[in-house]
Design a protein around this ligand. Structure first.
Ligand code: BGO
Length: 268
């Protein structure tokens, strides 16, 4: 079984990887690029390989690290993902999470740096966060070694289950466009991957478009849908998606994050 560690730079991935794999690590390079590839066996589970993917902020196609990570996730398809989220920097870290959950791979969130969060007096409603994101959230402190093994064991359990389709998080208008794209291309992709591809087509992701075997006629139809949305929003489609991801994250944090000093309300 293959489990991938995914997260922003500095979220604690290396610390957790070392904790989970101990001395059974092998380090190489990703094929064709000088980006380090680290793999190791999960302690106490000889058949589970943990792959530490490069630290990234997004699954966009712009940096080598992003391309390596997303190629691995799409083409090698790990059985499950542990997405490390730095609990002290939720807004930025969840930007990647909103993309990871679209891949249709079973995902557990390791809410890391929880020791720092607790010390600061901030409160994160873990259950609500899990409900919003549609995947389990486990509090971890990689540096203290707490929660990491529980996150890995959760990932093993999830790998055996069918993955829930990603939630619709965008505005109604964007979701209508994505639904139209999905119905046009659905024969070309497995159902659990369809949303990832539909969002990428909406964004006019050049690498994904170049790799897809679609007729010219179909490409023209996709272009019409995207151009119409761009016209309505007076913005390019990639920016529309970025902005709406941040709107969604803001709405989640409104419900789940209580900064110290902020007055609690009845719904807290
Ligand atoms: C230094 N809690 C706390 N408190 N710290 C953590 C946790 C956690 O849960 N997880 C990781 N860290 P990486 P990436 C450091 O190196 O694993 C710390 O990029 C220091 N170094 O110890 O490297 C971890 O692989 C000097 O901190 O992250 C590390 O994802 C002073 O977060 C940092 C203070 O972890 C990044 C910290 C010389």
């Amino acid at each position: 079984m293959k489990i991938a560690l995914v997260g922003n730079p500095n979220c604690g991935k290396t610390t957790m990887f070392n904790d989970l794999t101990g001395s059974s690590q092998y380090v190489g390079n990703w094929p064709g690029v000088t980006v380090e590839k680290k793999e190791g066996r999960l302690k106490g589970h000889k058949d589970v390989i943990i792959t530490d993917l490069p630290g990234i902020y997004s699954l966009s196609p712009y940096t080598l690290e992003e391309v390596v990570s997303r190629n691995y996730l799409i083409h090698e398809r790990p059985d499950a993902i542990i997405n490390l989220v730095d609990g002290t920097n939720l807004e930025r870290n969840l930007y990647l999470t909103t993309q990871v959950v679209e891949l249709g791979i079973p995902t557990v969130i390791a809410l890391n740096m929880i020791d720092v969060v607790k010390k600061s007096g901030d409160k994160i409603n873990v259950k609500k966060l899990a409900d919003e994101l549609g995947c389990p959230v486990i509090e971890t402190s990689a540096v203290k070694g707490t929660g990491s093994m529980a996150a890995a064991e959760k990932a093993i359990d999830l790998a055996a289950e069918t993955v829930n389709p990603a939630k619709q998080i965008f505005s109604k208008e964007v979701e209508v466009s994505i639904a139209s794209i999905s119905s046009l291309v659905k024969e070309h992709f497995e159902p659990e991957r369809l949303r990832w591809y539909a969002v990428k087509f909406f964004e006019r992701d050049e690498k994904v478009l170049a790799g897809a075997i679609l007729s010219e006629e179909l490409r023209a139809k996709l272009d019409t849908i995207v151009s119409q949305a761009e016209k309505n929003f007076e913005d390019d489609s990639e920016s529309i998606i970025t902005n709406e991801r941040y709107d969604y994250i803001a709405s989640i944090l409104e419900d789940t994050l209580h900064k110290k000093g902020r007055k609690l309300t009845a719904s807290d």
